[in-house]
Design a protein around this ligand. Structure first.
Ligand code: DAH
Length: 368
């Protein structure tokens, strides 16, 4: 009969004396491995009488579990000691430069949207939004373009194959103007409004100055005594802040939009310098060309009504600006299509550092 106590003492002693993980693993194999001495004892359990199992069996099991525990404990201790040694031996050289991670850049359109939102925030405008898949009531009808209105044909509209639950046709919004209607309805028709709505719009059109998707910012101000003078001041202030110069030339021309009455088209004066259009200049229009910048006007009574406002009590102005055009003008780019090509080289040249908080003085090609 094997002396279990002696075997236990021997095993625990060897385990306690093991100085590395390999030695410990060798001991595990020696005692608990397939051919191990304790495993061998376990195999004898089957042949024992019930009485023997009561005494011998229990003792063998106890031996096995104390050796198993001792191995686990020894392993934990050796691993902790190994980590201690490693930490003590390793030092970190904090003066080493970190490997440079490739940095993305902010697209000029995003940059300009941020700049515009910042300027309008200073003027007390909140940002509103609406869906890009719009129904034709919000996109056209409510904006005083009923079905078969010729102005609908001015927008090369993408129609979707399905109808809304209410049976309305669905379109990719052709302008940000439907957000006017949504904002008015959300406001409940009984409070002043001052919002901008930046976002993507879609038209079936493509050449050097038109892309099927482009960006607009809509503006809407509703109050009881809002007039064209407020519109002019707002646009002047906007352009001065955006182009970062005081000498902005502004020209308001009578025009037609279904959603405004009267409607004005707003031009800004520019001159050519080093092959680039430069906005602004001295007060005399001499030597300047005019460029159409945006559409605007006093909100049409039909539109106010569709938005839940009583035109006998409320009035306001609205405007819509092409963001891409503003970006091209400010940062001297000439092909609109490059905006949407996703060419990483173009972006690293014209993009803005993602680490700069958007400012009005951000420069071109910060990452270049
Ligand atoms: N929605 C017009 C367009 O995309 C732009 C526009 C013109 C918006 C006049 C307005 C406005 O709010 O008053 O062509």
């Amino acid at each position: 009969m094997i002396d279990l106590d002696a075997l236990g003492t021997q095993a625990l002693g060897k385990i306690a004396a093991a100085t590395d993980l390999d030695a410990l693993e060798a001991l595990r194999v020696e005692f608990l491995g397939k051919q191990g001495s304790i495993s061998g004892l376990m195999k004898t359990l089957g042949a024992m009488s019930p009485e023997e199992r009561q005494t011998q069996g229990v003792a063998i099991q106890a031996l096995r579990s104390s050796v198993t525990d001792a191995l686990a404990e020894g392993k934990a201790k050796l691993e902790a000691a190994a980590l201690e040694r490693k930490l003590a031996a390793e030092t970190i050289d904090l003066s080493l430069p970190a490997p440079e991670a490739p940095l993305g850049s902010v697209h000029p359109v995003s940059q300009v949207m941020d700049e515009l939102a910042e300027i309008f925030a200073d003027l007390g405008f909140a940002v509103a939004s609406g869906p890009e898949i719009e129904d034709d009531w919000h996109n056209f009808t409510a904006l005083n373009m009923p079905e078969s209105h010729p102005a609908r044909a001015m927008h090369d509209t993408f129609y979707l194959p399905d109808l809304t639950a209410e049976g309305r046709e669905m379109v990719l919004r052709t302008h940000t103007s439907p957000v006017q209607i949504r904002a008015m309805l959300a406001a409940g028709g009984n409070q002043p409004l001052r919002i901008i709505a930046p976002g993507r719009v879609y038209r079936s059109d493509s050449d050097a100055t038109h892309t099927p998707m482009f960006h607009q910012i809509e503006g809407l101000v509703i109050g009881k005594d809002i007039h064209l003078g407020h519109l002019k001041w707002t646009l002047e202030t906007l352009l001065k802040a955006f182009f970062e110069r005081e000498d902005i030339l502004l020209r308001l021309r009578p025009s037609y939009f279904p959603f405004t009455e009267p409607s004005v088209e707003v031009d800004t004066g520019y001159s050519w310098q080093d092959g680039r259009r430069v906005v602004g200049g001295s007060g005399d229009a001499e030597g300047h060309s005019w460029m159409e910048l945006l559409g605007s006007g006093m909100v049409n009574a039909h539109v106010l009504r569709a938005g839940g406002y009583d035109p006998a009590e409320w009035q306001g102005f609205a405007f819509g600006v092409g963001v891409d055009r503003l970006a091209m003008l400010k940062y001297g780019m000439n092909d609109l299509r490059a905006f949407f090509d996703g060419d990483a080289r173009w972006l690293s040249h014209y993009g803005f550092s993602a680490l700069d908080v958007p400012t009005l003085s951000g420069g071109v090609g910060v990452n270049a």
